[in-house]
Design a protein around this ligand. Structure first.
Ligand code: ADP
Ligand code: ZN
Ligand code: ZN
Length: 742
């Protein structure tokens, strides 16, 4: 007998998505039941009919079969928004791991218990004469609150309830008695919380350049022919990508479809949003982490009910429940924030493509420095590639100088500023132009390099840099290779082997010491703890309240500063030396972006890149602003070592209360994976990049394969084993094609 069972999630509208319940599928319903369909099932003691969604099918019952109830009915009709969300959750779980509940919580709007916002208005019902008589009586009786209310109502006819109870200080008892008398009525209207209040100026648009129009025509032309594409728009900042997105969106809306625009949270400034509002008015809304749960919920409702056509937000905006998506735009597509850091660890790019597949939509990826993934797909012909090479507003690319810090040391300059940078800084201070000094803090966690020759100590097996641990031991975070502390440079024998230890605070102090007259602003994790402090610092700088802005990667994004004519990158190597395979890519992106900050106005800009490795291809190609040249070298490295996008890599991350048990579990899981006999390479296990966080030990091993599905199979098998183990003091997570070292 071939029985089938289905996991059914009941009532997904609850704030907390419950665990699924298992039901038996009656044979006559079998053909109609699949993952994602809506079914009616008997629920609870009274067997009340309830709607639910199928999240899994299996031929094995998890409970006593005699106790399982039958599915009653499969709902027919069009695929609803909910069906798609469930299917998407199933896809997320399969592709990235994690539990079904985690996947459902990712795609479904959380808090549904929030009450709809009510707008209450007090309306005057009596005639003027009658009201004036009542007012006179109230005045005689010295009923001051009533007098205030009636006077205002005589003037305006109606008043917002909130104004009456606050500003006019009228008690609800007074309002109630007037209501009972029939003098006034209370009108209640449901409204949505609107995160942005702006007067829409519908229709503002620019005439597109031929290059911009070409992109729009191609993408829309193919869309209309039913060819749904993924396109990369490679264009420097200010080359008019956003203008292209807006025109595409307008075309999509004209076809009765909706659009999602993803922007990295940090770049999601008021200015960006205003541009979209000016073009699309109230048909656009935003979603971001500063919205209250109620506001978020309302944006979802508005999307579902057709009250908006466009949503702008960070990666979670992908799950806006639009009925009919036509376009998904991902701006600054290369940003690491597009990868979720909690399970399911999904990537917005791939998820957008899956959503687009479900809706028959197109995807547009924009960047000045496309991710290797996107460019690789374009080179294979899977994505279309478009370029925007000019700035419509003019402006020339800055002049870039690479300063070799090894030379500085030889010249006896031990300061953090090269002599050339000092010279240019003094020039700016004298002429009242602004500058930005950028310290790449990533990788501060202790790699070792030689200050004389630039050599970085690397793992002989993995070709990534080793990290310094307590006591000076050097460890590879991919394979666990260890070596004793290095006292002398392995290449040149110099004793100047160390990390670059200066932080932004020290840099600020140093500037104040060298140039007491300079006004300095600092932006890093310490100075931006408060809400809005990020915006405050940037606008103070934009208003010319400082000569120098010192900061970490935070300062290289968003905002235009026309008066900035000098950008100093103090230690370009830092991110090169993080122990993971994306270090070169990240460095190239950061340097290119930082350099792009100079000369955005009419005055030409200059950029100084200080480095111990001036010959490294990431530095060389960033200096000449040559993305293709960088790509060509980087992809060779990825292909040779089988790193993404040339291959795929799954990190199996183990968290454990005890070090020994964590290590053992990691070893056990590794041997299970090996036993499957798939064509994979397994490296590790090793202690994680940060080996212990809040007393939890962390281990990781990596499984590499050409084939993504092979990794999914291994994940599923390990997952099943993990379930059987019923772990209490350990937990396991999967991270596919990881962005950062774990
Ligand atoms: P990106 O998104 O690539 O950074 P934007 O779309 O923001 O570029 O464009 C940069 C600036 O150039 C903006 O001020 C924008 O209004 C202007 N711009 C873009 N396209 C045009 C155009 N076709 N004509 C005139 N100005 C344009
Ligand atoms: Zn050396
Ligand atoms: Zn290694």
């Amino acid at each position: 007998m071939n029985e089938w069972y289905a996991d059914v999630i009941i009532d997904i509208s609850h704030e907390k998505v419950d665990r699924p319940f298992q039901y038996r599928i009656p044979p006559k319903l079998l053909p109609a039941v699949e993952v994602g369909v809506c079914v009616t099932v008997p629920f609870g003691n009274g067997n009340k009919p309830r709607k639910g969604y199928v999240t899994r099918l299996s031929q094995k019952a998890d409970y006593d079969v005699s106790k399982l109830k039958d599915i009653w009915k499969v709902e027919q009709g069009e695929v609803s928004v909910e069906d798609r969300m469930i299917r998407l959750a199933v896809w997320l779980r399969r592709t990235y791991g994690g539990t079904m509940i985690q996947a459902l919580k990712t795609v479904l709007p959380a808090k549904q218990t929030v009450k709809a916002l009510e707008k209450r208005t007090i309306l005057l019902r009596w005639s003027r004469e009658e009201t004036q008589e009542l007012l006179a009586a109230a005045t005689r009786k010295k009923q001051v609150a009533k007098v205030r209310l009636l006077t205002e109502l005589l003037e305006y006819g109606q008043l917002p309830h909130s104004l009456v109870t606050t500003k006019l200080n009228v008690s609800s008892a007074t309002i109630k008695s007037l209501e009972n008398q029939g003098v006034i009525t209370l009108e209640i209207e449901n409204t949505y919380r609107q995160p942005i209040h702006l007067d829409a100026q519908n229709g503002e648009k620019r005439l597109l350049s031929p290059a911009q129009s070409h992109i729009v025509e191609q993408i829309i032309g193919q869309y209309d022919q039913g060819i749904k594409t993924t396109s990369v728009i490679h264009g420097i900042t200010g080359s008019g990508k956003t203008e292209v997105y807006m025109e595409l969106i307008a075309q999509i809306i004209a076809r009765g479809k909706q659009a999602i625009v993803l922007i990295p949270e940090i770049a999601l400034t008021y200015q960006t949003v205003v541009r979209f509002y000016k073009r699309f008015g109230n048909r656009v809304s935003v979603m971001n982490s500063t919205l209250s749960p109620g506001e978020k919920y309302d944006q979802c409702q508005r999307a579902k009910e057709g009250d908006i056509d466009v949503i702008i937000g960070p990666r979670s905006a992908l799950f806006t429940p639009f009925p009919n998506i036509g376009l998904i735009v991902i701006d600054e597509e290369h940003e690491a924030t597009y990868k979720s850091e909690s399970s399911p660890k999904y990537h917005a790019r791939e998820t957008a493509m899956e959503i687009a597949r479900m809706h028959g939509a197109s995807v547009v990826l924009g960047s000045a420095t496309p991710s290797l993934e996107a460019y690789y797909q374009a080179s294979l012909g899977n994505f279309n590639l478009y370029k925007l090479t000019e700035r419509p507003t003019g402006g020339i690319l800055p002049k870039v100088y690479v300063e070799d810090l090894r030379q500085e040391l030889r010249r006896g300059n031990r300061s953090i500023f090269s002599l050339h940078l000092q010279e240019l800084m003094e020039e700016r201070l004298a002429s009242g132009q602004q500058m930005m000094l950028f310290l790449n803090r990533r990788g501060y966690a202790g790699f070792i390099s030689c200050r004389e020759c630039g050599e970085v100590v690397k793992c002989p097996h993995c070709d990534v840099s080793l990290s310094e641990h307590k006591g000076g031991r050097l460890v590879c975070h991919y394979c666990g290779y260890e070596t004793a502390p290095v006292k002398l440079c392995p290449k040149c024998g110099s004793k100047y082997v160390s990390g670059f230890r200066a932080g932004t605070q020290q840099i600020e102090d140093k500037i104040k010491e060298m140039y007491p007259q300079a006004r300095v602003l600092r932006m890093d994790a310490d100075t931006t703890k408060k809400k809005d402090s990020y915006e405050e610092i940037l606008s103070a700088f934009a208003n010319g309240e400082a000569d120098i802005l010192v900061g970490t990667q935070m300062i290289v994004k968003g905002h235009d500063f026309p008066n900035v004519t000098l950008v100093g990158i103090l230690a370009a190597d830092m991110s090169l030396s993080v122990g993971d395979y994306r270090a070169g890519e990240r460095t190239f992106q950061l340097l290119t972006q930082a350099a792009g900050r100079a000369g955005r106005g009419q005055k030409p800009g200059e950029v100084v890149i200080q480095t111990y490795q001036p010959e490294h291809y990431s530095v060389v190609h960033a200096a000449s602003q040559d993305y293709e040249a960088f790509y060509e070298e980087e992809i060779v490295y990825r292909e040779l070592s089988g790193y993404p996008p040339a291959g795929h890599m799954m990190a199996v991350q183990i968290m454990a209360q005890y070090e020994e048990s964590g290590k053992m579990l990691a070893e056990d899981l590794k041997s299970m994976a090996l036993k499957m006999g798939k064509k994979v390479q397994i490296i590790g296990p090793a202690p994680a990049f940060v080996g212990k966080i809040k007393d939890v030990y962390r281990f990781v091993f990596y499984v590499k394969s050409k084939n993504y599905d092979t990794l999914v199979e291994i994940k599923d098998t390990l997952d099943m084993e993990i379930q059987k183990l019923q772990l209490r003091k350990e937990s396991v997570q999967f991270d596919f094609d990881p962005m950062n070292a774990f």
